[in-house]
Ligand binder design. Structure first.
Ligand SMILES: [Zn+2]
Length: 444
């Protein structure tokens, strides 16, 4: 009943109708065949590229230099002739990436924390309207509708209800209850668990590793009876063992949502296990500058078909992925990502035993433009080794400030080594690891 009222009220709020229109659009495209979907996307890609060429200085210039013109894009394959957009481009040419003719309101956001190189970018209203529609559609596959009770094991400061009275009110209206993944103690987990047993959320949204930790805790303590319809993991890849554990503890399906700061929802896992790339996202897998066929690993390149104020066309998002070779047994034509590599986070442990999700550092450094990269290594419960690569020389006062921030989270008795280094070694696979933790949780 509440969920119904909530959805009715949402329609009256700004953007409510636009979101509903998008949801209807998705209902119409969800069951298109691959060929029909590609035709639908081609039309939107053509429109987007033409718009970018005519209105966005950065694209006009780079496309001219590359000798490509929007009219050259007649088939989907022609799209591959367009140059990539890199994070460096977004950083350097932010102004030139915004369409000067765009009249709507613009909202500043920052690129993904897990890249270690956050950059500001701008989005318009339709960015939110589409994202809500895409997210609602995915959850709808599991019978969860907007307005249903949701428990979160989360850390993003902007989503935390304890940040302000407005957020607390919003969380109440939306029926969200949150366990902070940046400060999980056994006592807090216990209180949260007891509340959930009574409250019975329809779904749980969480960082995979944070929820796995909570599930492990529930299992160890023998707390049962939290029975959501859906567990949605996002912001990091859910590993096989984590998925098993979550299914066992919560007795419900686990859906992975592949999302990023730049796009929010990119792909959503269906009940048959296919991580479907949403219709308004064009995802290409690229190796050595070329699109590779399904089954091969490469960089993930994303184009958003509904962002016009600051278009993202062929954007190298910084993750690696593989397309599945077979269609999904569910029958939907949307392509399926077999794997998204490189979204893993580790947990760190504070001196008082609190678990701190690795994303804490992403948020800490996101607001420090001096930091290019970072790596945090925890060898035991008393030592934390933080290395940072800086764009420019930083003062001792600045470093002391950073140290104090980390110290406040990890406790006074944590020995923190904070070092500015020239370079951070990559893993043998060539990826950057932000968090390395050798401390395993041991619940009692
Ligand atoms: Zn499917």
């Amino acid at each position: 009943m509440y969920a119904k009222l909530y959805r009715a009220a949402r329609l009256l709020l700004p953007g409510g109708l636009a979101t509903q229109r998008n949801e209807r659009q998705l209902e119409a495209t969800e069951w298109l065949s691959r060929a029909e979907l590609e035709a639908w996307q081609l039309e939107r890609i053509q429109r987007l590229v033409r718009y970018a060429y005519e209105h966005v200085p950065f694209y006009r210039e780079t496309y001219r230099q590359a000798g490509v013109h929007p009219e050259d894009i007649r088939r989907l394959e022609d799209f591959q002739a367009l140059p990539f957009l890199t994070k460096e481009d977004v950083k350097r040419h932010r102004e030139a990436l915004v369409a000067p003719n765009f009249r709507g309101k613009l909202y500043p956001l920052e690129t993904g924390g897990s890249t270690g190189q956050p950059t500001q970018f701008l989005v318009e209203d339709s960015f939110w309207r589409w994202n809500v529609a895409l997210r609602n559609r995915g959850r709808g596959w599991y019978g969860v509708r907007e307005g249903a009770k949701m428990a979160l094991v989360w850390g993003a400061p902007r989503d935390m209800p304890d940040q302000s009275w407005f957020r607390r009110l919003r969380a109440r209206i939306q029926r969200h209850r949150v366990l902070n993944a940046f400060s999980m103690t056994e006592a807090k987990m216990e209180t949260f668990a007891e509340m959930l047993v009574h409250w019975q959320p329809a779904m749980i949204k969480a960082y995979a590793s944070a929820l796995a930790l909570f599930a492990e805790f529930l299992k160890t303590r023998g707390i049962t009876g939290i029975r959501p319809r859906l567990v949605e993991t996002t912001a990091e890849k859910v590993t096989g063992p984590q998925r098993q554990l979550l299914k066992e503890v919560f007795q419900c399906p686990v859906a992975d949502c592949y999302s990023s700061r730049e796009f929010v929802t990119i792909a959503y896992e269906c009940a048959r296990g296919g991580l479907h790339v949403c219709e308004t996202r064009c995802v290409e897998i690229v190796a050595d500058g070329r699109v590779v066929p399904p089954g091969q690993l490469g960089e993930i390149v994303v184009t958003s078909l509904h962002q016009f104020a600051m278009p993202f066309i062929r954007y190298k998002i910084g993750d690696m992925g593989i397309y599945d070779t077979a269609p999904c047994p569910c029958g939907r034509g949307m392509p399926v990502l077999r794997e998204v590599v490189g979204r893993t986070h580790d947990f760190l442990v504070a001196s008082d035993g609190q678990f701190v999700h690795g994303e804490f550092f992403a948020y800490t450094f996101r607001v420090k433009p001096e930091v290019v990269r970072y790596q945090v290594h925890q060898t035991d419960r008393h030592h934390l080794d933080v290395k940072i690569v800086c764009r420019e020389p930083v003062s001792d006062v600045w470093l002391d400030g950073v140290r104090a921030e980390i110290q406040a989270r990890f406790g006074e008795s944590m020995h923190i080594s904070l070092q500015v280094v020239d370079k951070i070694e990559l893993t043998p696979a060539g990826k950057h690891r932000y968090i390395i933790s050798e401390v395993n949780p041991d619940f009692v």
